[in-house]
Design a protein around this ligand. Structure first.
Ligand code: ADP
Ligand code: ZN
Ligand code: ZN
Length: 813
């Protein structure tokens, strides 16, 4: 093999690889990271293929090896190629998904003496040139950056070019060092004797400094210094309390270096497998037999859909299936949504596979990610658990892939490559022969359809495990908001919800008030009858645009003025834009003045630990009512919550997206599943203007089949996925008119292509303003393609810069 096809780390390289000659004496493997000349630069590249013949006539030589060991396995190379082809992403973007964190680094340029320094007279050189040459000769190697600092950028580059041109010096390149800093964590130390600290604590308590006293007492009870975060959680106080003790000289705060091991701060006790229930057993046996058959090479691996409500014991099946795979000499990858990657989840896995679980998620520091990547590759872990990108972990001997909450939209990446982790997992499983388990209480309609078609094997867990008494499914009540207004109630709380909330608070129970903010304020609704204006042509809800006070259809660009009265009930309260979290908080605090409120939404939860801090507060009963957006619908176990109120279930339903019904059903089912997990049982009250909507009905009854049958019928009727595929093309430009014009040009081009190829089953929707019409000063127009093999079709079309292509989009562009 004399040639290598290399994916080059350059924005102009796009979807192709380049041929290079392998210099004699250099041994090169597939997946290896190399230096290659590209234009006048030296760039990073990954070898994708070795060949006897180059794909072009003239090739340049590979300049060197970055790392002796290949970074990608041959299967990962195939996976990267597939991602680039299917999602139409630059090849290196796809490759980069699998590289160790921090690999993509800047190159530094150095100037060295020429190895074959010509004997020559340097008197013809200028003074500056001579100075530089002497410096290089003295030091052997000088960084270009240093020269630029001393001489100015332009001048330094000119002088270097002249010296290189005369053969006096050469350039060489090195990778910038990875900036991996040791991690430090603040610890609290007692600065005085424990006996004195106890006396001081008593004094503080007398003065009313309860928290300070509690923290100090807590520290006196510990045999060793305690991490600040732990102390704060145990005593439930904030940092200011610790600072106050530091100020008094009673406590010291020291930064201690820790090994970067995300699991290490959990005290994990070992746990063994549980005895499975009958339903669990039958599901597990199917998975086990597929794993065995694959191991014996007697069948190809299966894809399982494990359908079961929250608490039905899916996780236990994942754990036992992983143990089975390990017994067969294999390893696993487990994907969970980022938000569900809590210490509780990790602990369950870590306790079953002590020391054998690697955790990957986006909030790890670069150093932590780098360490984990290296250890995974060397085969130290049986299980890798992480969010979306963990599917690219270099886990050897892959035998099982688990995707929990497979319906979650966060599995789709929203920048290039716009991959869906579930589809990537399917491809990876096909390449490696791994068995796949998709788990969900509310499977994606497309997934369930595949199971119905027999492409996936459906495993059902119809009931909660209910190990203790209580914790049956909660009661769900739907309140018709139209009736509330008729009865003269203008509050955002219906009579039922406000009574139930007051009662729960009085009983010292906890309440969650849930507001689906997504999509609020994008449509207008009649406050009296709940009517929402829809496009006459497309039947999607019209979106309200503040500029111009207009209603716009985001599919066909139909526009109309906002009517003054409701076309259905003639009310003048037609322009109602929904409720925000702030408004909800205000009304809640005036209506339930005795209750302590806590707010949880994405604005309130930036940062690494704040989710858990808010939760810890709520668990510790420091608040009675938790107000939050869709984030609280996920994976929480809050035993004291006896009531969940959904403020307006219609918000999700009225997004101009064909998946709005599905999304609303998923959210409402999750919310409904939240209450009643403790011994107290629970109630859910859903407020809505459309109590007859199938998504609300089905969520109320926790009836997936009811929802699925309706939804799949609509999908079939309207040729939406899974009955066709979609691709979204968005063009953005600072000028709205030019933006629209380019979108129309693209539409004509696509139609011409389609017709010349005689593709019958491809339709175009739009162009229309994208749902987010203006983003960071740029206007956006969207075209949607509906059909089959869209990647192959689009790969033949020249797509100019400014366009974004999204294959199998989810949500609204
Ligand atoms: P899911 O993943 O479907 O939400 P889990 O696996 O978390 O369900 O199970 C819910 C609860 O029931 C957990 O506390 C779990 O420990 C417990 N559990 C699961 N399976 C069993 C079993 N076979 N016997 C006893 N308890 C079980
Ligand atoms: Zn009305
Ligand atoms: Zn329309």
């Amino acid at each position: 093999m004399r040639y290598a096809e290399v994916s080059v780390n350059s924005p102009v390289a796009q979807r192709r690889a380049f041929s290079y000659t392998i210099p004699s004496g250099l041994s090169i493997d597939v997946g290896q990271a190399v230096w290659v000349p590209f234009g006048d630069k030296l760039l990073q590249g990954i070898v994708l293929e070795l060949s006897r013949y180059p794909s072009v006539e003239e090739t340049r030589e590979i300049a060197g090896i970055i790392e002796p060991r290949p970074l990608l396995s041959p299967l990962q190379v195939l996976l990267a190629r597939w991602i680039s082809e299917y999602y139409l992403s630059p090849l290196f973007d796809a490759v980069a998904l699998m590289l160790p964190p921090g690999f993509e680094r800047k190159t530094l340029t150095f100037i060295c003496c020429s190895p074959t320094l010509p004997e020559r007279d340097v008197s013809s050189l200028s003074q500056r040139q001579r100075d530089v040459l002497e410096l290089v000769q003295r030091q052997g190697k000088v960084s270009l950056k240093e020269l630029e600092k001393a001489l100015g950028k332009k001048r330094a580059q000119t002088i270097v070019s002249q010296l290189v041109g005369q053969g006096l010096v050469v350039r060489s390149y090195e990778l910038e060092r990875v900036k991996v800093k040791p991690k430090k964590v603040p610890y609290l130390y007692l600065a005085v004797e424990a006996s004195e600290a106890r006396r001081e604590a008593t004094g503080l308590r007398k003065k009313g400094a309860i928290r300070q006293a509690a923290l100090l007492e807590f520290l006196t009870q510990q045999s060793q210094p305690v991490p600040l975060a732990e102390a704060r959680q145990r005593v439930s106080c904030d940092k200011a309390v610790a600072d106050a003790l530091v100020g008094k000289g009673l406590v010291e705060l020291r930064q201690i270096e820790v090994k970067r091991e995300p699991i290490s701060d959990l005290d994990v006790a070992m746990s063994g497998p549980l005895i499975l229930t009958a339903a669990q057993k039958s599901a597990f046996e199917s998975i086990k037999s597929s794993l065995l058959q694959v191991a014996k090479d007697s069948a190809s691996p299966a894809i399982f859909l494990l359908h079961g409500v929250t608490g039905s014991g899916k996780t236990e099946i994942y754990l036992q299936a992983l143990a089975e795979a390990v017994r067969l000499g294999k390893r696993g990858i487990v994907l969970v949504p980022e938000i569900a990657l809590t210490p509780q989840t990790i602990e369950r896995f870590a306790s079953r596979f002590p020391g054998k679980v690697a955790v990957l998620h986006s909030k790890l520091s670069l150093g932590e990610q780098f360490d984990e990547w290296q250890r995974i590759r060397s085969g130290e872990f049986d299980v890798v658990i992480g969010s979306r990108s963990a599917i690219f972990a270099p886990q050897p001997d892959l035998g099982l892939i688990v995707i929990d909450e497979e319906h979650e939209w966060t599995y789709k990446q929203d920048n290039s490559p716009r991959y869906h982790a579930r589809d990537v997992a399917m491809k990876l499983a096909e390449l490696t022969g791994a068995v796949v388990i998709l788990g969900s209480a509310t499977p994606d309609v497309e997934t369930f359809y595949q199971a119905q078609q027999g492409n996936y094997r459906l495993l059902q867990l119809p009931e909660r495990v209910t190990p203790s008494e209580g914790s049956a499914l909660p009661q769900v009540k739907v309140v018709d908001l139209r009736q509330e207004l008729k009865a003269g109630n203008r509050s955002i709380f219906s009579r039922s919800l406000s009574q139930a909330t007051a009662k729960a608070v009085a009983n010292r129970e906890q309440v969650i008030l849930f507001l689906n903010r997504r999509g609020a304020a994008t449509f207008i609704q009649c406050r009296s009858c709940g009517f929402v204006l829809r496009c006459k042509r497309c039947n999607v809800p019209l979106s309200y645009h503040f500029t111009g006070d207009m209603l716009v259809c985001h599919q066909c660009n139909h526009r109309m003025a906002v009517p003054q009265i409701c076309p259905r009930c003639l009310s003048r309260r037609i322009k109602f834009l929904g409720v925000g979290t702030q408004k909800l908080e205000q009304e809640a605090s005036s209506t339930f003045s005795q209750a302590r409120l806590l707010r949880w939404d994405s604005d309130a939860t930036r940062g690494k630990h704040s989710h858990q801090e808010i939760l810890a507060k709520f668990r510790a009963q420091e608040a009675d009512i938790l107000i939050g957006t869709q984030m609280i619908a996920k994976g929480l176990d809050l035993p004291l919550v006896t009531l969940v109120g959904v403020i307006n279930a219609d918000t999700g339903l009225n997004l101009p997206d064909f998946r709005a019904g599905e999304r609303a059903f998923q959210l409402l089912s999750q919310v409904a599943g939240r209450a009643g997990r403790g011994v107290l049982g629970g109630r859910v009250i859903i407020q809505t203007y459309s109590p007859e909507h199938y998504a609300i009905q089905a969520a109320t009854k926790q009836d997936y089949a009811l929802f699925y049958d309706k939804e799949i019928a609509y999908r079939r009727q309207l040729h939406n996925p899974p009955f066709a595929r979609l691709a979204s093309l968005v063009y953005s430009h600072t000028n709205d008119v030019l933006c629209q014009r380019e979108a129309e040009r693209m539409r004509r081009l696509l139609i011409t292509e389609r017709d010349s190829k005689g593709i019958a089953d491809l339709s175009l929707i739009g162009p229309a303003p994208a749902f987010i019409h203006r983003l960071r000063g740029r206007f956006r127009w969207q075209l949607i393609l509906r059909g089959f093999e869209l990647s192959a079709f689009l790969s033949q079309i020249p797509i100019p810069p400014g366009w974004t292509v999204d294959i199998d989009p989810v949500g609204l562009a």
